[in-house]
Design a protein around this ligand. Structure first.
Ligand code: NAG
Length: 347
């Protein structure tokens, strides 16, 4: 039976991956060809002391609030855009705003029906291409950094296809737990997650690590409310906020083509270019009113299906539930998706 060793390794591999990432000064994603392995997922930065905040599942109302906070902090993050929401003018505006404010735009991807079985490689590539083109229509460049939805992380065929298309698969070595601390009262715990992580690292190793943080920019999480405190905590510990291109020293964080693997491009805001920025300053905590602006109709929001009036967006609160439900298994899923190939070789 190969299952027992695989599941034991799966249970320990993610913490190990996070520890290894925290310990190593340079552990960017592997550029090697061949099937996807754990090393293909970007989980830490090139330079100790850097921290890359990444947010998935937006744009949403939460993203708008976060952009204000980030502007005040003069800080840059990475947003993995869900192209489905861009059919609504309001959310398309948010993503464009994020891009123009100097944030890095990546993309999320999720298979139709969460299953690649009935799809050809071409079908999948075209589907990814459609999402990417929707983003490019808005910001002028095709995303390179990709976050695969939790429920698809076991699909090695999808992962291999994305890699072969030139996408950089992004994981994380720190979870800010914004889906757990999602009430106004509990959201202050999110900054405490950062505080504890930085302190433990310093106690254990006497030096800074680097972090790729997973967050969700939707109103049903505490991400937006927590952000001012999070930034001030990062500042207090002397970490440097960077976009994922700054984290990887990558000057070309966008693709030339949504489907073909034929090269990459940078823009004025990319790492090394004249408008590239990193770092942050303290923010005065902005008073939010969660009952008015956060997820008050969470779960009741209709999903965009193309039939809605595209100028009137539904309040975007329902999607986070999906990630919350599958979050615990997602840690395992990351490992299941990439470990078996390695484990198999050991057995
Ligand atoms: C994008 O959002 C839609 C609507 O909530 C959802 O059905 C879809 O799975 C999401 N896509 C990704 C890549 O997360």
């Amino acid at each position: 039976m190969h299952f027992a060793p695989i599941s034991i390794l799966s249970a320990i591999a993610l913490p190990m991956m996070a520890m290894a990432a925290a310990e190593q000064a340079t552990s960017g994603p592997s550029m090697a060809t061949g099937p996807v392995t754990m090393a293909d997922f970007l989980t830490s930065c090139q330079t100790p002391g850097q921290i890359s905040l990444t947010y998935s599942e937006g744009p949403s109302e939460a993203t708008m609030e976060m952009l204000q906070t980030l502007k005040e902090a003069q800080a840059r993050v990475t947003f993995f855009t869900n192209a489905t929401w861009l059919q609504y003018m309001q959310y398309a505006g948010v993503t464009r705003h994020a891009y123009l404010d100097g944030h890095l735009i990546g993309m999320t991807y999720r298979l139709p029906s969460d299953n690649s079985a009935g799809l050809t490689d071409t079908d999948i590539k075209e589907d990814i291409g459609r999402a990417s083109r929707t983003i490019q229509d808005l910001i002028g460049v095709y995303p390179r950094y990709m976050k695969i939805h939790e429920s698809n992380l076991k699909d090695s065929r999808l992962l291999n296809l994305c890699k072969s298309m030139g996408y950089t698969l992004v994981g994380f070595n720190m979870d800010e737990y914004d889906y757990k601390y999602n009430s106004a009262a509990s959201s202050s715990q999110i900054a405490e997650v950062y505080n504890a992580m930085f302190s433990k690292q310093m106690d254990a190793y006497g030096r800074k690590a680097s972090y790729v943080v997973a967050g969700y920019d939707v109103p049903t999480t505490g991400a937006a409310v927590a952000l001012p405190k999070v930034i001030n905590t990062i500042n207090a510990h002397g970490y440097d906020m960077v976009r994922l291109d700054g984290c990887t020293n990558e000057r070309t964080p966008y693709k030339k083509d949504p489907i073909l693997n034929n090269g990459f491009v940078g823009d004025d805001r990319s790492f090394g270019a004249k408008e590239y920025r990193h770092g942050q300053v303290n923010v005065k905590t902005i008073a939010y009113n969660p009952s008015n602006s956060h997820g008050n109709n969470a779960g009741a929001a209709p999903m965009p299906d193309g039939s809605a009036n595209k100028n009137v967006a539904p309040s975007h609160g329902g999607t986070a539930k999906v990630s919350m439900g599958s979050k615990m298994e997602s840690a395992v899923a990351v490992v299941f998706a990439i470990v078996p190939a390695i484990v198999y070789a050991w057995l």
